[in-house]
Design a protein around this ligand. Sequence first.
Ligand SMILES: Cc1cc2nc3c(=O)[nH]c(=O)nc-3n(C[C@H](O)[C@H](O)[C@H](O)COP(=O)(O)OP(=O)(O)OC[C@H]3O[C@@H](n4cnc5c(N)ncnc54)[C@H](O)[C@@H]3O)c2cc1C
Length: 392
Amino acid sequence: MSGKRVIVVGGGLIGLSIARALTERGIEDVLVLERHSLASGGTGKSSGIVRAHYGVPSIAAMAWRGVPLFEKLGATVGFRQVGYSVIVGEENEAALRANIAAQQALGIEAEMVDVDRFAPMWPMMNVDDVSAVAYEPRGGYADATQLALYFGQVARDKGARVRQNTAVARLLTEGEKVTGVELASGEVLQADAVIVAAGWWSAKLLADVGVDFPVEGYRSELLIVDAGLPLVDLPVVSDLVSLQYCRIEGTGQFLVGNSDHDEPENRFVDPDHYSNLASEASIEKYAEKVMHRFPGFPDPSITHSYAGVYDVPPDWNPVIAPVGPAGLVLAAGFAGHGFKISPAVGDLVADLLLEGDSTDADIPAADFRLERFAEGRPLTSLHPYVGAGEMR
Ligand SMILES: Cc1cc2nc3c(=O)[nH]c(=O)nc-3n(C[C@H](O)[C@H](O)[C@H](O)COP(=O)(O)OP(=O)(O)OC[C@H]3O[C@@H](n4cnc5c(N)ncnc54)[C@H](O)[C@@H]3O)c2cc1C
């Protein structure tokens, strides 16, 4: 395989991590094609949260595999190891305990902590309605664009080529095999394998070769809040009571994301055409939640808002698998979780191409097959949270 030509469509975190993994494993002829500039898709909007708290064991294992890389790269990718916490109400206490036990069984460093012990770790937080907390000391946040560019640099150093402003118009096949791609310019590029890592846009390329990839563009709004004092080194919070997630921004401000995924169809958009600002109604709702959870902020105000789009398959989990004609692999549908697992996704795709299967027993390739949707066997959390199923 090492002499084979591989084309990767999409220069986001996933495509670049795949290029990195392939070149690290000795495949030199790797070409990444990106229609705009690197990290200009979902990657550029990512909140960059690092945590292994997932109810799907293979996803938790993937996230955990990435932690040593974040620790090794540190400031190169803006990693701040401030810890990660999940706070829940009574209705989710049992699920939280079960998830932590399952994660510990995978070797993940996570634990339940008493609310009283947690409260001083986040001095301005109201914990009156919090009945249980889990804490991951090796979690935190980093910068998704920096990580994507790091993957791209490693791949280039090992021989990969990257072409930006180069849109793929269609996949080319001969008989039952993929043979390359045709660019929007009309140029034809031959390859022995093509990996489609083009997020939501993957569906269109696949449809042309008869592969149905069900995926929606899900608009997600974010607020940047000035607390009235600079915030420093406080843990990331997944607040499953108010359904929001929060972390410090490097500037000392506060980033707040929405975790209320009720009625998702109301947020489905075309990722090429969507509003990049939170609506007035959303801002009002999110501000109320922030005030409720963080009454200790001395003089809170909203600095600005923006929005990004998740690529969401029916079970909110990715497809990372061979699809359609021989030599074609899909890696998309990361639904707001692809940042932290991107190192492991690259390694899994390299395994699929070089070994034909995952080499990591905790990350079975079968979990990520496309056929699971048609078979009615979605990949779901073992211990889902009431009101926050997509937390997984
Ligand atoms: C608002 C937001 C917050 C998030 N927060 C987190 C978080 O805290 N933690 C976490 O783990 N994950 C998070 N995520 C998810 C994570 O950022 C994404 O899963 C990940 O960045 C997706 O990477 P990707 O490479 O699959 O997709 P993208 O970054 O979208 O890359 C796909 C690329 O393909 C290119 N492309 C499309 N069509 C073509 C074509 N025809 N030819 C050539 N190129 C093409 C696009 O231009 C794009 O650059 C978040 C995502 C968003 C939107």
